[in-house]
Design a protein around this ligand. Sequence first.
Ligand code: NAP
Length: 249
Amino acid sequence: MTARPLLLVTGGSRGIGAAVVLKAAKAGYDVLINFRSDEASAQAVAEQARALGATAEIIQADTATEEGITAIFAAVDRFGRLDALVNNAGVVDQTARVEDFDRARLDRMFAVNVIGKIRCATEAVKRISTKHGGQGGVIVNISSMAAVLGSPGQYVDYAAAKAAVDTFTVGLSREVATEGIRVNAVRPGIIETDIHASGGLPDRARDLAPTVPMQRPGSADEVADSVLYLLSPQASYVTGAILNVSGGR
Ligand code: NAP
């Protein structure tokens, strides 16, 4: 056990999650980096975090499954402490209209983007709530501006899942407000990461830039800066907040 706080980042092997890991390592956290499939990328992020002075471990696990949740929190318990959770792992699907959605798509969309996040928060609360003998801590959920905009013609199911993340954030923040836990969310707008390619639109961030008041996509680092603020003592009176990081969109 070290004196540095432990941050668990789900989906920390690339994109926004990896940016959070590296900024947190620089800010003095140890990091537990969850990923689902790309071990080489997770290892590379862990090595960069170690070079910044952190103890960094990786844990392969699908947050959409109970086996995955068990594996993640067994890894947390091997660390012997938990101070913060960034509930980041998330997926889109191929862009489609609602008539083309099938049940399997919806099950995966909600299993990863909603249930996985609620399960991670549940296990985190059990470990950090003062009600359960913990020291308190911070949870940051990664939502999306899709929760507000609805993503018509692209993935309204993803948008609906992110709206559930927003509501969960507000409700949980109030439920645990006297137990030493702050719970907030960040709503990224159009951010340059690989997630767009996974939805079949590799150029989506660049193509949508003209729809952004600031006329450009954001970077994973810009989202991570907001997450680090919400994790920090500078946000000590901020809970139940949902911060748009979207260039005005
Ligand atoms: P990304 O580049 O596609 O990275 C996703 C990360 O999540 C990867 O590390 C991936 O691991 C991991 N992951 C995916 N499904 C997982 C699962 N079931 N269990 C564990 N890990 C899983 O995505 P991103 O753009 O950084 O997005 C991060 C978060 O921001 C998501 O919640 C997303 O909805 C949200 N967001 C993104 C944007 C945007 O424009 N990029 C906008 C709004 C909100 P593997 O690579 O190993 O599979």
